[in-house]
Design a protein around this ligand. Structure first.
Ligand SMILES: Nc1nc2c(c(=O)[nH]1)N[C@H]1C(S)=C(S)[C@@H](COP(=O)(O)O)O[C@H]1N2
Ligand SMILES: [Mo]
Length: 417
């Protein structure tokens, strides 16, 4: 119970009508948190100079990135997961945003930073960090989703937590320079059939080919996220932001942009991040992340603790094709659907929060969410996706997710068919 409630009570019993929590407290007798003077109101608190850069309060210490040890051979070439079950709204704080490195995170200072633009350009250029800060910059919120997000779900329901099934995603407000501005500065050949090959300064280099049309559209050379410098793990001091497209293309520690005639067909766009069909052929150039949604609460890490009655079902939806126009929620495994309320509409290639403010009858539920985007695309079921892609797939799984909720409020990752 917080101080607002206590003040309400002193003003004449307003808090008693505040709902279930107040009712419970009165049944058990006077609540000392209401009737007694507490320590935090009796003594002074911490001074302003004690925490020059803040960390979350210790009661929130469970809201952290986590990894799944058996998923990768070592923590150097590895992945961890955003605690999306515990967040609300849409912005991911950098401090708990997932990280994916192929050869570890490197420490590269602004002074040592260089960005080269070469290849089919009139003037090959090398920019310092200070040079970049002198170009006009923009702010945009975008999601970054690893193509492997939800990948374990192809083979069944193996990971019991939305953090692990859907946490290879973050959503930040970037400050950056449109890549098009730098390409123009170098006098690049911007013909539609050209490509840019982008690579990072880390040992893996993570090179990727991007068609010129996308490079000229909304790609950003970004140096701030959520208002502050990128964290080292997200590519400090400069990363590429490729809105709506798979996370692997968002090159961190960006060091070179080469304008080329044909796609390079690098490791990351051939043997990795492609989808192998049953007959052994592979689906490639699968850059756009299709519309997807998931319920973050209730979920396996977020059981219902309050029993039957008012229940807020909440989750996230996103589409690499643009805006989320609608999210439906089912409590019976996809037989009937109710349309959820979007927290905020109109964001494009960014996370959209949805809520279903509902009443729980205390009976078991099979919770699902289904997203629709501005192209009219509807998020598919697992079975539909398996039918299209077969069982060999690893990446690009945007299927509808199911949580079974027991009468005790415990949620579990299950499949319905
Ligand atoms: N230079 C470089 N860029 C990289 C990677 C990398 O290992 N090295 N990993 C890629 C992958 S696979 C993903 S999903 C995103 C993850 O970005 P994040 O670590 O900021 O979450 O970065 C991409 N950019
Ligand atoms: Mo990735």
């Amino acid at each position: 119970m917080n101080s607002t409630t206590r003040r309400g009570l002193l003003k004449g019993g307003v808090a008693m009508t505040a709902g279930l929590a107040a009712g419970k407290a009165s049944a058990a007798g006077p609540d000392p948190l209401i009737t007694e003077l507490q320590d935090w109101a009796s003594y002074t608190g911490a001074g302003v100079d004690e925490t020059p850069y803040g960390m979350p309060i210790r009661f929130e210490s469970h809201v952290v990135r986590r990894n799944v040890e058996w998923l990768t051979a070592s923590p150097i070439s590895s992945i961890n997961f955003t605690p999306i079950h515990a967040l609300d709204g849409t912005i991911t704080p950098q401090g708990c945003a997932f990280e994916r490195h192929h050869s570890g995170a490197i420490e590269l200072s602004k002074d040592d930073y260089r960005l080269m633009i070469n290849g089919l350009v009139d003037r090959p250029l090398v920019f310092t960090y200070d040079d970049l800060e002198r170009f006009p910059r923009e702010n945009h919120v975008y999601f970054c989703e690893c193509a492997a997000n939800t990948g374990m779900e192809w083979a069944g329901s193996q990971l019991n937590g939305v953090q692990f099934t859907h946490g290879m995603i973050h959503n930040m407000e970037y400050t950056g320079i449109p890549l098009r501005t730098l390409l123009k500065e170098a006098g690049a050949d911007m013909s539609a059939d050209k490509w840019v090959y982008v690579e990072g300064a880390d040992a893996s280099s993570n090179g990727r080919s991007i068609p010129m049309e996308k490079a000229l559209d909304d790609v950003l050379v970004a140096f701030k996220a959520n208002g502050e410098a990128l964290r080292m793990e997200h590519g400090y001091p400069v990363r590429l932001v490729v809105p709506g497209w798979e996370g692997n293309m968002w090159v961190k520690w960006l060091r070179r942009v080469e304008v080329v005639d044909v796609a390079v067909e690098s490791r990351e766009e051939t043997s990795k991040y492609t989808d192998v069909y049953e007959d052994g052929t592979a689906r490639k150039w699968t850059w756009v992340m299709d519309a997807k949604s998931v319920i973050t609460s209730p979920s396996p890490q977020m059981p219902i603790k309050h029993g039957a009655g008012p229940l807020v079902i909440s989750g996230l939806a996103w589409s690499g094709h643009g805006q989320i126009t609608r999210v439906d929620v089912s409590k019976d495994g996809g037989i009937t659907w109710e349309t959820a309320r979007l927290g905020k509409q109109g964001d494009t290639k960014a996370l959209t929060r949805f809520y279903l403010d509902t009443t729980w009858d205390g009976k078991p539920m099979l919770l699902q969410a289904r997203a629709m985007d501005e192209t009219g695309y509807v998020q598919p079921t697992k079975d539909q996706l398996r039918e299209q892609r077969g069982e060999n797939a690893v990446y690009h799984n945007n299927c509808i997710q199911t949580w079974y909720v027991s009468p005790e409020g415990i949620a579990e990752n299950v499949e319905v068919s």
